[in-house]
Design a protein around this ligand. Structure first.
Ligand SMILES: Cc1ncc(COP(=O)(O)O)c(C=O)c1O
Length: 354
């Protein structure tokens, strides 16, 4: 892709990279030396800039702080086996970013602004892309309503910002999940399919309550009957039931996860039958009782694959069978990692080389 010359760059006079222990990276703790900023004013995008990473200065009546017009993305850059840096499916993330922005009544970001912004930032901060196995550079594009006003209104001004930071392998403990039958994350017609800030703020209380009872996260169910499984806090859910890979169908209350989509594509390649359909709580319970529930896992950019150990259904804990390297979720995780690192063929052109 031809990079635009319409980008002003101010390099940081020093780097913070020496403060980072790349062998013990904690998710979300470090940010790179620079950030990308583009302002939207008078109905058009202003000249974007890359500047040294710094705090933002916001007027107290900046609309985003009050009415929640904020949208974000989460994606990763990987150090490949040949030392090149690749972005994983940035065009799909761009598409989802615009879907979220449209739902929140915010202007779409043109593809070249999004892709070139990430490309340039990652290029300038390329020393920050870790080469340790399982590590990557997490990239966070986001947009906020930046008009300064008291009134409840659609903002006329926005800031599109991209920041990034190195993250380590995700050695999470196997998850203990509780099926949520009271609180709701998202309802049909709401904002569940958009990656907007409010969806996460609203999920904190039920998740805290589950944590107090010894669970890591809740498994959200539909808002009307609490009967069908939706997704997890920051992950889509997949099951292996009777050797079929099953996942809830996307709807306006579920985020269209890039990891979910990639895993389903690879599952079909691995000759698994894939079913995208409604998954009821009763089917999960029956799966445990009839010993057909073989695997359950969360899929998302941060963890890639997070194995589920226990699912609590209406107060009763059900345990998944032990898994090993031959389990579907571990095999597909390895396949995905090999594609990203350029070790296996990238048949679907998911890698964008910086
Ligand atoms: C609510 C929610 N569901 C699912 C996902 C997984 O999506 P992805 O695989 O694109 O990271 C995320 C993470 O972005 C999320 O926040």
């Amino acid at each position: 892709m031809q990079l635009t010359s319409d980008l002003t760059i101010t390099k940081s006079p020093h780097t913070r990279i020496h403060e980072v222990d790349f062998s013990h990276l904690e998710f979300g703790r470090h940010t790179t030396d620079h950030m990308f900023v583009a302002d939207y004013k008078n109905g058009e995008w202003q000249t974007p800039t890359i500047v040294p990473y710094s705090n933002l200065s916001l007027n107290p009546v900046t609309l985003a702080l009050h009415y929640g017009q904020t949208v974000f993305e989460g994606m990763k850059a990987f150090r490949m086996a040949d030392k090149n840096v690749s972005l994983f499916r940035p065009f799909k993330h761009h598409e989802r970013f615009n879907t979220s922005l449209t739902r929140m009544c915010m202007p779409n970001v043109p593809e070249d602004l999004f892709i070139q912004g990430i490309h340039k930032l990652v290029e300038i901060d390329s020393a920050w892309v870790p080469s340790e196995e399982g590590s990557s550079l997490y990239i966070r594009p986001f947009m906020i309503a930046s008009e300064e006003r008291f009134g409840v209104k659609v903002s006329d001004e926005y800031k599109f910002i991209i920041v990034a930071g190195p993250v380590g392998p995700y050695y999470a403990m196997p998850l203990r999940l509780r099926i949520e039958r009271e609180y709701v994350r998202a309802a049909r017609g709401g904002t569940g399919y958009a990656k907007c800030g409010g969806n996460y703020g609203g999920a904190f209380l039920p998740t805290q309550l589950a944590k107090q009872d010894g669970y890591d996260q809740v498994m959200w169910t539909d808002a009307v009957e609490h009967k069908y499984i939706e997704e997890c806090g920051t992950m889509n859910l997949l099951f292996r039931i009777n050797d079929v890979i099953v996942t809830p169908t996307l709807s306006s209350s579920i985020l269209d996860g890039v990891t979910r989509d990639s895993i389903l594509t690879l599952a079909a390649d691995m000759d698994f039958t894939v079913e995208k359909r409604q998954v009821s709580v009763e089917e999960i319970r029956d799966g445990f009782k009839g010993n057909t529930m073989q695997e359950a896992f969360g899929a998302g950019t941060a963890a890639v694959v997070a194995p589920v150990q226990t699912i609590n259904i209406d107060g009763e804990d059900f345990d998944l069978p032990a898994w090993n390297e031959k389990s579907f979720m571990m095999q597909v995780k390895m396949k995905l990692s090999n594609i990203r690192r350029g070790v296996d063929a990238d048949n679907y052109e998911w890698n964008y080389i910086v």
